[in-house]
Design a protein around this ligand. Structure first.
Ligand SMILES: Cc1cc2nc3c(=O)[nH]c(=O)nc-3n(C[C@H](O)[C@H](O)[C@H](O)COP(=O)(O)OP(=O)(O)OC[C@H]3O[C@@H](n4cnc5c(N)ncnc54)[C@H](O)[C@@H]3O)c2cc1C
Length: 409
């Protein structure tokens, strides 16, 4: 008789949950993924779509910078058709800290991120839309990714590996027996499980709470604006991350995105949003690209699942790295694991960390090999767009209007 496979339910169909489903299915677990909505996630479909080279975090969060650098290289290999190779410029303006370019170059070198000094004229030759008030710039291998295409490719990869995907199935209860998770109620159905992975991002504390666990989350919302002023390069300010200091092209289409802000957000379903915030983002963006339009701007909002120690406020000093939380150790709820934090860019590494965590406990293969195996449609944009339609992964980050904008204050 064949070995009984461990039954694992993944909660959350954003890029992280989909990545976990693919990873665990490839390690031969019996995997079902549920999401309360369509697949493709909430925050996943509401990011900038910057495939971080790591340069943005190199001066403030070296661990995240190194992780982004490694994972961006992996994603270019396994998901090429979801990515547009734009290159990036980290631009120092006269208001930015003294020696900003030298400090960024040194930090990139420490993090093994290829980086090259570019003078003001060289920077404007790379990106003609740039302001002429430039002190200097650093050229880095930033790129842009379509969150919809990436999530759809990962969803197809998870199904191909044997996972079952169940959208529109909100988890409303997690029942335990003898201190272990036993049954999950999702979309009115009961799932008997050996383990649950909570990959619900900014909702992770709520979902862990259904089993009596908790997650030290400090969700932080960010506003972004889509405008019709094409740029060809990812532009970052050469200063610690601040409002409106990213301007970048979308991976698909002609729109440019300007972002973002960072505001504490107690309810991730209802991020604070107002016109002043949008104006602030655009004003800051105009410091980099002076002729950003004032008319016909398309705002959208996302909520970062920022995780830290209990008591973190989720401000910009909190790490952008991720945590795998074993709720058996943290809350005496065995069989429940949360993965949270990180970036779109690092979803695969987060998923592999969950797989490594569960492998020994459930007799799974040690290695999932997801860094080596290309995703379905990796070399075929048209195939990826079919998958986007099939899984319904298109969100505001891929140009779908944000319903939250209708109720902007
Ligand atoms: C403003 C902003 C800009 C960003 N820009 C970038 C960027 O340029 N590059 C980058 O790499 N990263 C970026 N990020 C970070 C990145 O978007 C996130 O880290 C990543 O998308 C999180 O994915 P996730 O799967 O954890 O969460 P999500 O995509 O939010 O997925 C969580 C899922 O859980 C589901 N869920 C919640 N509750 C339940 C329930 N009870 N039952 C079932 N399902 C449930 C939700 O429906 C959702 O689909 C940005 C984030 C923000 C906020």
């Amino acid at each position: 008789m064949g070995r009984r496979l461990p039954v694992i339910l993944v909660v959350g169909g954003g890029v992280v949950g989909l990545g976990v489903a693919r990873d665990l299915a490839r390690r031969e677990a019996d995997v079902t993924l549920v999401d309360r909505d369509d697949l493709g996630g909430t925050t996943t479909g509401r990011s900038h779509g910057l495939l971080h080279s790591g340069a943005r975090y190199a001066t403030t969060d070296e661990e995240s910078a190194r992780a982004c650098a490694r994972e961006a290289r992996v994603l270019k290999r396994i998901a090429g058709a979801a990515i547009r190779e734009t290159g990036g410029l980290v631009v120092a303006l006269p208001d930015d800290p003294a020696n900003a370019v030298e400090r960024r170059l040194a930090a990139c070198e420490r993090c093994s991120i290829p980086a090259e000094r570019v003078g003001p004229e060289g920077a404007r030759a790379i990106e003609p839309a740039l302001t002429d008030r430039i002190d200097g710039a650093v050229a880095v291998p930033d790129a842009v990714v379509s969150p919809a295409r990436l999530a759809a490719a990962v969803a197809a990869g998870a199904e191909r590996a044997g996972a079952t995907l169940e959208p529109n199935a909100p988890v409303t209860a997690i029942e335990t027996a003898g201190g272990r998770v036993e049954t999950v109620v999702a979309g009115g159905r009961r799932f008997d499980v050996d383990a649950v992975v909570n990959a619900t991002g900014a909702w992770a504390d709520r979902v862990a709470g259904l089993a009596g666990g908790s997650v030290p989350l400090a969700p932080a919302s960010g506003a972004m604006v889509g405008v019709d002023r094409p740029v060809g390069t990812v532009l970052n300010r050469c200063r610690p991350p601040d409002d409106g200091d990213i301007v970048l092209p979308r991976a698909v289409g002609e729109e440019t995105v300007v972002g973002t802000t960072s505001r504490p957000t107690p309810d991730p379903d209802d991020p604070p949003r107002d016109g002043d915030e949008i104006e602030r983002v655009l004003r800051a963006g105009r410091a980099l690209v002076p002729d950003l339009p004032t008319e016909d701007v398309r705002p959208y909002w996302g909520v970062r699942p920022v995780v830290g120690d209990d008591g973190d406020t989720g401000d910009r000093t909190a790490t952008r790295d991720f945590r795998v939380i074993d709720h058996g150790a943290r809350d005496d709820v065995a069989g429940l694991t949360t993965v949270v934090g990180g970036k779109l860019t690092t979803y695969r590494r987060m998923a592999a960390a969950v797989g490594n965590h569960l492998a020994g406990r459930h007799g799974l293969t040690d290695e999932s090999g997801t860094a080596e195996w290309p995703l379905p449609g990796h070399d075929d944009p048209a195939r990826l767009d079919e998958l986007v339609d099939r899984y319904g992964t298109r969100g505001p980050a891929d140009g779908r209007p944000d319903p939250l904008a209708a109720s902007q204050g």
